[in-house]
Design a binder for this molecule. Sequence first.
Ligand code: GUN
Length: 294
Amino acid sequence: MNILDGKKVSNDIKDEIAVQVSKMKERGEKVPHLAAVLVGNDGASLTYVGSKVRSCKKIGFESTLIHLPEETTEEELLAQVVSLNMNSDIDGYIVQLPLPKHIDEQKVLMAVDPDKDVDGFHPTNFGKMALDMDSFIPATPFGIMELLRRYNVDTEGKHTVVIGRSHIVGRPISILMSQKGKAANSTVTLTHSRTKDLTTFTKDADIVVSALGVPDFLKANMVKEGVVIIDVGITRVADETKAKGYYITGDVDFDEVSQKASYITPVPGGVGPMTIAMLLKNTLIARERHRAGN
Ligand code: GUN
């Protein structure tokens, strides 16, 4: 069993980006500037956004956190988005999801300038990605692809079973892994809550990408020997014995499934840190595009 060490690989990527930033500074160029908009005080979102902003600082990016109250109206948020679109100092920005219930998420994401959409959630970028065109690729699937590439995991002609059809992970990773290229060329099955007899699919899978959000859902008797496991689940489970009052766990029963897997991502320390590294990578790409005037 080999661990797909997202923490290590994400640090490698961040080091590579930091070198690029140093070169930009030496040339007297503007460094990449990422902004993050957070509405409300969801605990997990606060942690993620805090982590994104801290990572920016570490690698030499500029960063701006716009923390708005829970009661922010849709109009106010849309005005913030328009302001970020017009601010030429900002290379890329994200609106952290989920948004409070009274705000139409799609309306907000549609308002983001596709050239600054480093999350890759705007239909223009998502459509371009699906058509094999150059675009911003959503950070979590981008991170999974990069992890598979850097560990030279063989995906060609393999059966990849994705669990979950979210716009952020399941849907895009199913598209990316079926495309041509390294860590791709896979035969993909996209499963979801209405799939009948899920185990039939997971037992046949060479690669399982689980993005469900149900702790310890995937058990050893649901997969075959030698399977590659990508665990995208990050769930907080309440636990009074922990300093934070909770612990983080994935979709996969790691102790059981790791006995059968050829490669497996741990939680924490697998896909999570890769997401942040690839968001930074997208911001670097955005800066380079803006410098080149496109
Ligand atoms: N919420 C969970 N994952 C993400 C992400 O990758 N980007 C944004 N904006 N919100 C998220």
